[in-house]
Design a protein around this ligand. Structure first.
Ligand code: HEM
Length: 509
């Protein structure tokens, strides 16, 4: 009888102990999601969609901390707004956080993400990145740098022609960067199609930013209020028609084996990886390993257009805006140009290194107005940050705007004060100081930084050295609209309009 009782009890006790151990393990290893506002069933925090901007996320981080969690429909979303958390994502665990989130529109418009900017981290992305860094955006590609110089010269000429008149500087610098990148990508002979290409780009920008319910709740894809189902194929076929024609023209040109001194552009450069004939002994290492399809070429052209035009243009417009808004800084930077270069000649590239305060103006502009205010990454697997659970496939929004203005690392963070960069030990933007990240950091950081900085420096140095600037119609600096609009970039909400007057004793063109 006693034996039977023991036998009967054993399994019950056994189950109890195993359950207790399992529960303890679950409780110990269970990690909460990062803090954040409560959401609704199914839709989660989707009613807060309008707060997912650089400024909205900054406000939320003031309430919930440097890492916050939101649920957009079925999509886990984490916003990172402090240097410490950014370091976790971009350095300590960058192998996990180097994927890119892609919406349905992005996936469709990038031919299923066969470009570089929207490709997930992996061997394909690595090859594309190598091609961009070593060939397309390299300092060795003198043609890109030459197109910056030529187009800046044209802008100075145009400005001089409008001396004493109100000039829409915002529009002018957006035109400048489109011309530079268009020329660097396609070459001079293609300039005539520029307007058609810009309208394709504008439609792409709208589609990239359009709200699509199916991105968050996949089974509601039939609800299509902005007509994505027809606009997406129309936009892609317009781009196909445009770039296919250019590729065919370049291929014909190659076949004719034109003069080797002809200026090469990015399409030419990529076509070296397109032809099967390149596999052989007479090719460099990169050509032997990378093969490009037409879709790859189209995708990369779009990356360059999106990455290299609005970013640089908005940075130039913001620099001029902040200087007009802070007359002492404008006076000081122009005095430096007069002292270092003199008023008898135009500024040259070799002068840039000597323009210490001018360089501080560039840095301070990129600190206050990082052209890409929020960098988007995605987690490739489940992980933990600061004791919080981050599920696989979480969309990570790195708020570069909030990081660059955080109160712990920057005194009077919202004030435009270029002199702060004169102090030794002030952070630099190369990606090692996580309190100042205009170009991001780590694997997915900006590959076009050198070209972008060169364009920004050239345009600003010439504008500031060649002209004195005034606001139109007696407007006061304090009346300048300092608001921005949030999208892929954060340009000024209203364009900067200013009046130039030549200030050099030599001819401007
Ligand atoms: C002032 C100028 C510029 C700034 C501030 C800037 C900033 C950035 C930032 C913040 C990122 C995202 C980093 C991340 O996701 O962590 C990025 C990525 C990128 N940028 Fe720039 N950028 C500039 C100019 C350019 C130019 C001139 C080009 C090309 C000609 C370019 C091409 C790209 C590309 C292709 C990527 C995606 C890289 C990848 O996914 O691996 N950018 N940039």
């Amino acid at each position: 009888m006693e034996l039977m009782q023991v036998q009967g009890l054993l399994p019950t006790n056994f189950i109890f102990y195993i359950t207790a151990i399992l529960l303890t393990v679950i409780v110990i290893s269970w990690k909460p999601l990062p803090p954040g506002p409560m959401g609704w069933p199914i839709i989660g925090n989707m009613l807060m969609m309008d707060q997912l901007t650089h400024k909205g996320l900054t406000k939320l981080s003031e309430k919930y901390g440097g890492i916050i969690h939101l649920k957009m429909g079925f999509q886990h979303t984490v916003a990172v707004s402090s240097p410490e958390m950014a370091k976790q994502v971009l350095q300590a665990q960058d192998n996990i956080f180097s994927d890119r989130p892609a919406t349905i529109a992005i996936t469709y418009l990038t031919y299923d993400r066969v470009d570089m900017a929207f490709a997930d981290y992996g061997p394909f992305w690595r090859q594309m990145r190598k091609l961009c860094v070593m060939k397309l955006f390299s300092r060795k590609r003198a043609e890109s740098w030459a197109s910056v110089r030529d187009e800046v010269d044209s802008m100075i000429k145009l400005t001089a022609e409008n001396s004493g008149l109100s000039v829409n500087l915002g529009e002018m610098v957006f035109g400048l960067t489109h011309d530079i990148i268009y020329r660097a990508a396609f070459g001079l002979s293609s300039l005539e199609g520029k307007q058609e290409f810009i309208s394709i780009l504008q439609e792409y920008t709208k589609l990239f930013g359009a709200f699509n319910l199916a991105d968050f709740i996949p089974w509601l894809g039939f609800i299509d209020p902005v007509g994505l189902n027809t606009r997406l194929p129309a936009a892609r076929s317009a781009l196909d028609g445009f770039i296919d024609k250019i590729i065919d023209e370049h291929l014909k040109k190659e076949k004719k084996a034109v003069d080797e001194n002809v200026e090469s552009n990015m399409v030419d450069e990529m076509l070296a990886f397109y032809s099967d004939e390149n596999i052989g002994n007479n090719v460099d290492d990169l050509q032997a390993t990378i093969k490009l399809t037409r879709d790859n070429i189209k995708g990369i052209i779009m990356d360059v257009m999106f990455g290299g035009t609005e970013t640089v243009a908005s940075a130039i417009e913001w620099a001029m805006t902040e200087l007009m808004h802070t007359p002492e800084a404008l006076k000081r930077v122009q005095q430096e140009l007069a002292d270092v270069v003199g008023l008898n000649r135009r500024v040259e590239e070799s002068d840039f290194e000597k323009l210490t305060y001018f360089k501080c103006v560039i840095k301070e502009t990129l600190r206050l107005h990082p052209p890409i205010p929020v960098a988007l990454h995605q987690s490739a697997k489940a992980t933990e940050i600061d004791g919080y659970h981050i599920p696989k496939g979480t969309r990570v929004m790195i708020n570069l705007y909030a990081i660059n203005r955080n109160k712990h690392d920057w005194k009077d963070p919202d004030v435009f004060n270029p002199s702060r960069f004169l102090q030794t030990g002030t952070p630099d933007f190369k990606g090692n100081n996580f309190e100042f990240l205009p170009f991001g950091s780590g694997r997915r950081s900006c590959p076009g930084m050198q070209l972008g900085l060169y364009t920004m420096e050239s345009a600003l140095a010439h504008l500031l050295h060649c002209f004195t600037w005034e606001l139109p119609d007696g407007m006061k600096p304090s009346e300048i609209d300092m608001g921005d609009v949030y999208g892929l970039t954060a340009p000024k909400a209203t364009r900067l309009v200013v009046v130039p007057t030549p200030r050099l004793f030599c001819s401007l063109y």
